[in-house]
Design a protein around this ligand. Structure first.
Ligand code: ATP
Length: 243
């Protein structure tokens, strides 16, 4: 089922509303424009122009809530694979949810979960891709870019939507039906711009520096601090910055 809007506050909010009020699943919500697009940790995702793909999928997988973060990695792998079919660009994944080209963010994933008593009621995975955007407002022009700006190619957004959804379900079904996550993990490792470097890990008010050396089997970030102590960084309230 597809819900298509010219304009909406946030495709994630709309998909969550459907999730709360119906038994529907595998619903795709797309809008040309979002007036209140959301990023992680209460941040904003600029999507006030119809130059990008702003969409959310409502899913009801039979999964443990601790596995919900894998949905973000499935979405990232799908976005990268789709982009590389259309553009000759070197696409990277900044753990856990940003898609990067030439050091700039061209897409992001925002996964939100509704769970109770250790069970997932639904998951909404939001995908924002700057496709044909020609310029960005000053506050993000240093960090944001678009597929058009990086490649000079203008591509029909529908084609991008189709491919991303195709690969998303390919990887998602492999994982949900066959518990097979290796291909997604491989793509996330191979394309990572976070691994094999020193990073700052910012968690609420605390920041620590460590070397990011791998993703574990669940896609969590493995880091080593200056004393050689190894630990796992979970999804959630962390931001990663290059040192
Ligand atoms: P980080 O991990 O780098 O701290 P994040 O993953 O938490 O970032 P997101 O929630 O994915 O960030 O995205 C929100 C941030 O992305 C905003 O604070 C802004 O800096 C930037 N941003 C907002 N809109 C766009 C856009 N259309 N394209 C690229 N970047 C954007």
């Amino acid at each position: 089922e597809v819900f298509y809007f010219d304009s909406i506050n946030s495709t994630n909010e709309y998909a969550k509303e459907i999730g709360r009020n119906s038994n529907m699943e595998n619903v795709l919500v797309i809008s040309d424009i979002q007036t209140d697009g959301k990023g992680r940790l209460g941040r904003k995702w600029l999507s006030s122009e119809s130059s990008g793909v702003w969409m959310s999928l409502l899913l009801k997988p039979n999964l443990n809530p601790t596995d919900a973060s894998k949905i973000t990695q499935i979405a990232s792998a799908a976005i990268v694979t789709a982009i590389e079919e259309f553009y000759n660009l070197n696409v990277g994944i900044k753990w856990p949810n940003d898609i990067i080209i030439n050091g700039k963010k061209i897409a992001g994933v925002l996964t939100e979960m509704n769970s109770e008593l250790g069970e997932i009621n639904f998951i909404v995975v939001g995908i924002g891709i700057n496709v044909n955007t020609k310029s960005f407002p000053e506050e993000i022009s240093d960090i944001a870019s678009s597929l058009f700006l990086e490649s000079g190619l203008e591509i029909d957004r529908k084609k991008i939507i189709e491919k991303v959804i195709y690969y998303f379900y390919k990887f998602y079904n492999e994982y949900i039906k066959n518990k097979e996550f290796n291909e997604v993990l491989d793509i996330n490792k191979k394309k990572s711009v976070t691994l094999n470097r020193d990073v700052f890990i910012i968690r609420r008010n605390e920041t620590f520096e460590a070397y990011a050396y791998d993703l574990n089997r669940d896609g969590e970030l493995m880091v080593r601090d200056k004393d050689g102590k190894e630990s796992v960084v979970f999804y959630g309230e962390v931001s990663i910055r290059g040192v």
